[in-house]
Design a binder for this molecule. Structure first.
Ligand SMILES: [Zn+2]
Ligand SMILES: [Zn+2]
Length: 108
């Protein structure tokens, strides 16, 4: 019998295949990415209208306001153990900006 779990797995597998085959020729404008309704992840994303795959993401560093634009593949390859990569994942350009922000230091 089909269960919701199986149905979900099937959907995820087929969606993944669609995203791998898709040429991503119909890309959205920048949209706010939400991890739950009305809860922004802090990133704006461009996704493919055909397969929904995220193609690019951008944010601005809360400390120095520098715009950070990453391809989704670059973003996904960021590690958690390297501190600069980990802070970039959270939308700060590097560890220095993260430390300054967490200490409440303003940069002019
Ligand atoms: Zn696509
Ligand atoms: Zn910064």
């Amino acid at each position: 019998m089909e269960t919701a779990k199986k149905l979900k797995e099937k959907y995820e597998k087929e969606l993944k295949e669609l995203q791998e085959d898709c040429k991503h020729e119909d890309i959205s404008d920048w949209l706010t990415e939400e991890w739950a309704p009305a809860h922004s992840t802090g990133w704006l994303v461009k996704s493919c209208n055909i397969c929904w795959k995220i193609i690019q993401r951008k944010t601005s560093c809360p400390t120095c306001k520098k715009e950070i634009v990453l391809n989704e593949d670059e973003f996904k390859s960021l590690g958690y153990s390297d501190e600069d990569e980990n802070t970039l994942r959270q939308g700060y350009c590097n560890k220095k900006c993260f430390i300054k922000w967490s200490q409440g230091i303003e940069i002019e």
